[in-house]
Design a protein around this ligand. Structure first.
Ligand SMILES: *Cc1c(COP(=O)(O)O)cnc(C)c1O
Length: 376
């Protein structure tokens, strides 16, 4: 019986490089001219951990944050303290009233109904409300639609009661700078804003920043770029660094014969004699089931195919052709510099790969010794 040569834990690790996060913040800030940065930290900061990410961004100078729900806002408030504006994108829902007021969160107003509700709430608590107003300019997701906007724009008393600090909209196709919808939305946004009292404006997510100055206005709202994900179809224009790496140990190495099956449903039949590593991370950790027999991980910077169905706690990879050292306890890497390639391979997007990170992962926010290179 051979003993493992190296010490390792069976628990997978999510490594978050905060130094690179700060680098990305600065890089996006420089791209955005004089516009402020309102960091999008919804969904637990895209799966990275809102508390740690909030604190790091605050340290980098960020004072405006966007979350999706009141609960996310409350967690963030505890992390960033009282001096930051926290906007709740999904609006003021009646049941979240207490949390919104208690944590001094600012709901984004998306409809007349929300406007009237929040004006009424603000009246009852004797505090000036602080809000942002979201106008839909073609995405047809959240935000005032054309009809409601007309009515809202006419009702100055409602406007005054809500005291909006920002008027915002959201771009549908900013990742592709040749898409005609960008200019259409920009024009619609300007036209709508002109019907409202003069208020600072915000239109762009990460991808919108790369559309250039006309899209920056007074604030941009990047998310994915902060976390090291490419936002556009031209990644070479994006000066960002990798933030997220998922590391998992090899738990067992086995040699299988041609014709042997692998894993649940025997969905993989070995076409030849093979060497397989059983890796200690599964779909509960964020390796998508969609990656079964399709995706890949990396070992010693080499891509290694995922074989068989990804299971809850384990993933199998084909290491037959890896010639570097292979041993139990060896570290297999998911995401990292391969984030977009892994996502493309299985038909998803980098955003989902990040937000699916599991609860069980050990989270390491310490300074790594490598991987602080530009992504391109
Ligand atoms: C999520 C979101 C953002 C951030 O988008 P990224 O593509 O991650 O930069 C900005 N604005 C709104 C309204 C959003 O929902």
């Amino acid at each position: 019986m051979s003993q493992p040569l190296i010490s390792y834990s069976s628990r997978p690790t999510l490594r978050v490089n905060l130094e690179n996060l700060r680098y990305n913040y600065q890089s996006l800030k420089e791209r955005s001219g004089n516009a402020k940065i309102g960091a999008s930290v919804k969904a637990d900061a895209y799966g990275l951990g809102a508390t740690q990410i909030g604190r790091a961004l605050y340290g980098a100078g960020c004072r405006i944050f966007f979350v999706a729900t009141a609960g996310e806002g409350k967690i963030l408030r505890d992390s960033v303290g009282p001096n930051s504006a926290i906007y709740v994108l999904n609006g003021p829902s009646p049941r979240d009233k207490g949390v919104l007021l208690g944590a001094k969160l600012k709901p984004v107003i998306n409809s007349l109904e929300q406007a009237r509700f929040w004006a009424q709430v603000s009246r009852s608590v004797n505090e000036p409300p602080y809000t942002a107003v979201h106008i839909d300019t073609g995405m047809n997701r959240l935000g005032f639609d054309q009809e409601e906007f007309k009515e809202f724009a006419r009702d100055r008393s409602l406007w005054n009661e809500l005291n909006p600090e920002w008027v915002m909209s959201h771009l549908a196709c900013a990742s592709d700078k040749t898409h005609p919808m960008n200019a259409t939305q920009l024009a619609k946004f300007k036209k709508s804003a002109a019907q409202l009292p003069l208020t600072p404006l915000s239109l762009s997510n990460t991808a919108g920043i790369y559309l250039g100055k006309p899209y920056h206005f007074q604030m941009v709202r990047p998310g994915i770029g902060l976390y090291g994900g490419y936002a556009t179809t031209q990644p070479e224009q994006e000066d960002i660094r990798t933030v997220v790496t998922l590391l998992a140990p090899i738990l067992q190495i086995r040699n299988i014969s041609k014709g042997d099956s692998l894993g649940y449903n025997a969905s993989y039949i070995a076409p030849r004699d093979m060497q397989i590593a059983i890796v200690g991370a599964g779909y509960a950790d964020g390796v998508p089931v969609l990656a079964s027999n399709k995706g890949f991980a990396t070992l010693h910077d080499e891509a290694v195919p995922i074989v068989g169905r990804v299971s809850m706690d384990l993933t199998m990879i084909d290491i037959t052709n890896v010639h570097m050292h292979k041993e139990v306890g060896g570290v297999v890497v998911f995401r990292g510099d391969q984030l977009e390639n892994e996502a493309n391979e299985i038909g998803t997007i980098n955003y989902e790969m990040l937000t699916r990170m599991g609860q069980r992962l050990r989270r390491d926010y310490g300074k790594p010794d490598k991987n602080n290179q530009h992504r391109n």
